[in-house]
Design a binder for this molecule. Sequence first.
Ligand code: IMP
Ligand code: MG
Length: 333
Amino acid sequence: MINYVDIIFGLAWGDEGKGKISNAISKNYDIICRWNGGPNAGHTVYINDKKYKTHIIPCGVFQNKLSVIGPNCVINIDKFFDEIDYLKKEGFDTSLIKVSPRANIITEKHIQYDLKFLKPKLGTTGQGIAPCYADKALRVGKLAKDYLDKQYLWDGELYGNILCEGAQSFWLDLNYGDYPYVTSSETLPYSACSLGFSPKKIKDIIGVAKIYDTKSGVDPLFPESLWSNEDLNKIIDLGKEYGSTTGRKRIANWLRLNHLKRAVKISGTNKVIINKCDIIEEVNIYKLILDNDKDGPNFIQFNDFKSMKEYITNEIKEYCEGEVVFSGNRSNI
Ligand code: IMP
Ligand code: MG
């Protein structure tokens, strides 16, 4: 029987440091699940100061927990086995990694279509994500049950305390994101129920943001002109804002507070963690974007981080009953 479900997901455009946080708390759960996306995601975690990168496998494997990849995920078989081999070599128990028989398989055709038509226009990760979900919607998709060995398949009932890890984040959601500059899956907590539990089982929804915004891939909210902003480039360098899947430099912008508030409100987030605060302190510029009006973005600037934190907390508290935590890149929570 399921006791309760907690969900951790991103409130921005991805790359908020969800992996670090879900890894820090995953020892408190029985099962760790992924509900969306595929090899487009990149999770970076540190175990005993050693860096590990995964794309599709949930971080439960690092804590010796059952790690489930749900039916709304998409799998690249070669990459899946590369990841299994990598984790095995590093000494982790890969028999804990299970895939829903109903997850869809990414084929070479999906990747070629993405590289030819989508990546150049939208800056996708080129992993075949959209074509694979399109075939799923057309009901001609290939399912994991026909491609994976039995030992990797799991269609059991979830039990105990469950942590669901989101990939890609709020503004990349197919329904609520900045369409068409989105991914092709549902990234909000509502969609975690596709793993097979009742929404009534959800206890905590932990939303992770960053104290500044970044985007990998095309988006008019991140105009080209931002590349030449010296302060934002400092943030990119100090924050090591390079894609963990593509290696691409991410474009940075000041935090869009109203976007963050909307993400908290619609997702039902009851705990907000804002990461990488040490980066903004190092750059020593405390700036927010409120909204875009006709003449461009409206900024507020603070003299110090303390006043910026107070302002953000007050604004978010309107929608979030729990804590707002400000976290440093290198500090643990
Ligand atoms: P796709 O998911 O490869 O189709 O890419 C669609 C958009 O989502 C592009 O702007 C990507 O850069 C972005 N994206 C996809 N996955 C991630 C992720 O895990 N982190 C950050 N951005 C992502
Ligand atoms: Mg990531």
